[in-house]
Design a protein around this ligand. Sequence first.
Ligand SMILES: Nc1ncnc2c1ncn2[C@@H]1O[C@H](COP(=O)(O)OP(=O)(O)O)[C@@H](O)[C@H]1O
Ligand SMILES: [Mg+2]
Length: 251
Amino acid sequence: MLKIENVFSGYGEKEVLKGIKTEFRRGRFYAILGPNGSGKSTLLRTFAKILKPKRGTVLLDNRDIKNLSAKEIAKKIAYLPQMSNSVPHSTVFDSVLLGRKPHVFFEPTKRDLEIVEKIIHELGLTQHALRKIDELSGGEAQKVLIARALAQEPEVLLLDEPVNHLDPKNQIEILWLLKKTTNDFKIATIVVLHDINLAIQFADYFIFMKNGEIYREGDLDVIGDVLIRDVYNIDVKIIEVNGSKFVIMKS
Ligand SMILES: Nc1ncnc2c1ncn2[C@@H]1O[C@H](COP(=O)(O)OP(=O)(O)O)[C@@H](O)[C@H]1O
Ligand SMILES: [Mg+2]
């Protein structure tokens, strides 16, 4: 559904992405991995049409996104940037409701309100629904932004390091919810993650970025000590416990 053909992208003269070619399918949870500066955020910005590719095309359901209006894109793609320090001053409920905007014609329908309520409940935010976001903790505020992206009911969900500011329990809860949403609604979920073990636990498919290129991609089988060493320049040991892979950092 989302097809990337030979994409070069960057900022001004600075070339960051150098010939990205890959495809994302419905009902799959993708983890984007790779060291700082490898181009993960630039990749997501290019998919969300925040950045225009210098060369190559991003196809959404076989249509070049450069020909799609902002509203058409917002109906299909939800994008949550890497955590910024500025959070909106509105209430939790209103912020999540904003996610419905691409679908709303005149004013929100009963269904819009029900969707918002359900997502707020699923993310455990009900007790905060009428509070202002800037009065919440960083982790709670991040959950609100994730809730807004889900309320958008996208076909492609792009999340840039969504769980970095959350405690372990919230990280797992959010990733479970994202995985369930991916399967239930057959969307393509593309998440930048730093924690390789969390990625292994939740993702179906892994894309390793290095120096603006896809260094390697594939299912769980691609993850091995040599690959991790090549991509991150760290020594690791991979162990298996109860049939699950774990990456252990060596000091
Ligand atoms: N707004 C920007 N203007 C200029 N260069 C940028 C900008 N954002 C990122 N870069 C550069 O692009 C490269 C890739 O950055 P980024 O995509 O943010 O990497 P990652 O998300 O993998 O850490 C880095 O060298 C970074 O300095
Ligand atoms: Mg980034």
